[in-house]
Design a protein around this ligand. Structure first.
Ligand code: DX5
Length: 227
């Protein structure tokens, strides 16, 4: 079974101090850093181009993953890998040929991952589990930070966890959740089977600092996790 990992979304940071934020997140002990890439088409928001990510790559050795909330992931995948992202997460809903898109990402030398929006059924990924090292179950509708956790996603998280286990891939495939993760919601997601937990607002609003927030979330998730 894969370890519990805590990762930040870069979305809530003060973009005028982006480099300092990456350095602070590294020091806070996160396991990897997630960049919420939005194209203003797939979601009603616009965020990080590859050059922005590349400008911070030298600041940390932690893995970068690009959560591509974009309509045409094939068009930009190579640029995000060249920017220093080790993993690319594409949305099943944005890919006419998901199997091919995931294969293309692997050919670029990155690891491939697939995300499911709240209304998308787990069956959408049943035939690509052999191509991914992570499945992301969204616990908010994508596009913005600071939204409320959708608790009704927990049965879906368990279904995806069971799919990963039944496929014999529990040692190689992570189950990630993203959206509304906080000390009051993380145990539900972890007990449903999520082992990688993305937090944005909850990390940055912790009055005791990023290190405290990461440690608290890691402790809660580790004790609650059920593979
Ligand atoms: C939604 C974004 C957010 C972000 C996390 O598209 O992906 O889920 O990463 O934001 P919080 O933790 O504030 O919900």
């Amino acid at each position: 079974m894969r370890p519990v990992q805590i990762a930040p979304s870069v979305l809530p940071v003060d973009f005028s101090k982006l480099g300092e934020a990456i350095t602070a997140l590294d020091a806070a002990g996160v396991d990897l850093i997630q960049w919420d890439v939005m194209d203003g088409q797939f979601v009603p928001n616009l965020t990080f181009g590859p050059d922005v990510i590349a400008s911070t790559r030298h600041l940390t050795k932690k893995p970068f993953e690009a959560h591509l909330m974009v309509l045409t992931p094939d068009v930009m995948a190579k640029r995000y890998v060249e920017a220093g992202c080790q993993r690319l997460i594409v949305h099943a809903e944005a890919c006419d040929h998901l199997h091919r898109t995931l294969g293309n990402i692997r050919e670029l030398g990155a690891t491939a991952a697939v995300a499911l929006n709240p209304s998308t059924a787990p069956d959408e990924i049943a035939n690509v589990l052999d191509l991914v090292d992570l499945v992301l179950v969204m616990t908010v509708n994508p596009g913005f930070g600071g939204q409320s956790y959708i608790k009704t996603m927990e049965p879906k998280i368990r279904i995806v966890r069971d799919m990963i286990n039944r496929a014999g891939r529990s040692d190689t495939v992570d189950l990630e959740v993203d959206g509304g993760i906080s000390p009051t919601t993380i145990e539900g997601a972890a007990s449903a089977g999520a082992n990688v937990l993305i937090a944005g607002s909850a990390l940055f609003r912790d009055k005791e600092g990023l290190g405290h927030a990461v440690g608290e979330l890691r402790g809660l998730a580790t004790s609650a996790f059920r593979g």
